[in-house]
Design a protein around this ligand. Structure first.
Ligand SMILES: Cc1cc2nc3c(=O)[nH]c(=O)nc-3n(C[C@H](O)[C@H](O)[C@H](O)COP(=O)(O)O)c2cc1C
Length: 333
């Protein structure tokens, strides 16, 4: 039971699920929406050039039920980004977010992502051109800095400059990016987290919305962070263990009913999967986001193995999913 009377008031704060390439596709977002009705969801990063050349229709595909939904863009050409932002607005996205945090080689060679932290004037020009082109919010996701250019002073200069250009919401992944020698996965683990710098940003820019991202995987830490931040963005912990997202939703929005009853989330996602199967979507494309659902419960290893192996089969249907769930029920009986 939710204890509304005793819960702290965080309902003006934002809960976001992070953009994650190859993970937060429309099926994943549908699951997250069922679990967390009030959360902001993000697409995977979509390269603005790909939108310009009409190569991004799969990544832009979404349903109204996913809202509020932000399209994350990668790019550094103001005109291309502003056209992509217009496409976002026309297609019903509720915000557009510029990626200034991705450290991958591919992105760096395209001169966007985290390396843009070294070019605040260019980012400001991109943001201004995008803000002029659309009426939805244009926001930024960034790191603390890059390589040896990672002082608080530089971070504050970056945020100051880019906010003057029109960005009013910053999601800060609270570690720097190391642009050579580390893979993207290592760049999410090795540079140490430093929440204090993000907290200092909020002190120095009280009028901006400052959201913290990085390493948030327990509700108590999130509650502490929400004492000063305007919201949190959760990545891996939400994906790998979806019930955690439900737990956080209860912390932030205790009055909004969400996944008190996890079975009802599953039932509704099952209906969604049946509909998608009829449209020709492969079962595995949807169930791959469900592998962490029963983590820690008896039978969860069998469930995962069964689903990973069987859902890929060409003839896999909704029964395949039910049979996987039966592994949990058998152990629970
Ligand atoms: C598989 C994967 C893909 C990611 N893709 C993106 C992306 O497209 N855009 C982005 O800004 N960050 C991306 N990230 C980084 C996350 O958005 C987030 O900043 C990072 O995982 C730290 O948050 P966490 O500790 O809560 O996971 C990705 C992370 C993962 C694990």
């Amino acid at each position: 039971m939710k204890d509304i009377a005793n819960s702290q008031q965080f309902d003006d704060k934002l809960l976001c699920v992070a953009p994650m390439m190859a993970w937060t596709d429309r099926h994943c977002r549908t699951l997250h929406r069922l679990i967390a009705p009030h959360a902001w969801l993000y697409t995977e990063m979509v390269v603005a050039d790909a939108i310009r050349f009409g190569q991004a229709s799969r990544l832009l595909d979404h349903g109204d039920h996913e809202q509020p939904l932000a399209l994350q863009l990668g790019g550094s050409d103001p005109q291309t980004l502003s056209e992509a932002a217009q496409v976002a607005e026309t297609n019903g996205f509720n915000a557009v977010n510029l990626n200034v945090g991705c450290p991958s080689d591919r992105v760096r060679k395209g001169s966007f992502g985290a390396c843009l932290m070294l070019q605040p004037d260019l980012v400001a020009e991109c943001i201004k051109t995008m803000c002029d082109a659309v009426s939805i919010p244009v926001t930024v996701k960034c790191r603390l800095g890059v390589d040896d250019q990672a002082s608080y002073q530089k971070l504050a200069e970056f945020v100051g400059r880019v906010s003057e250009a029109g960005a009013q919401l910053f999601i800060v992944h609270a570690r720097k990016a190391i642009l050579t020698g580390l893979s993207p996965a290592q760049n999410r683990e090795i540079p140490p987290l430093d929440y204090e710098q993000v907290r200092q940003l909020k002190t120095d820019f009280p009028a901006l919305s400052i959201l913290l991202n990085g390493g948030l995987n327990d509700a108590d830490t999130v509650k502490d962070v929400l004492e000063w931040a305007d919201g949190v963005m959760i990545g891996r912990a939400a994906y790998r263990h979806p019930p955690f997202l439900g737990e956080l939703h209860d912390v932030l929005y205790p009055k909004i009913d969400c996944c008190d009853n996890f079975q009802s989330v599953l039932n509704r996602y099952t209906v969604y999967m049946e509909r998608e199967l009829h449209r020709g979507t492969r079962l595995h494309d949807m169930t791959r986001h469900l592998l962490g659902l029963f983590r820690g419960l008896p039978g969860s290893r069998h469930y995962r193995r069964y689903l990973s192996e069987q859902a890929r089969r060409g003839d896999a249907g909704i029964d395949t999913f039910h049979r996987a769930c039966a592994e949990i029920e058998l152990k629970a009986a």
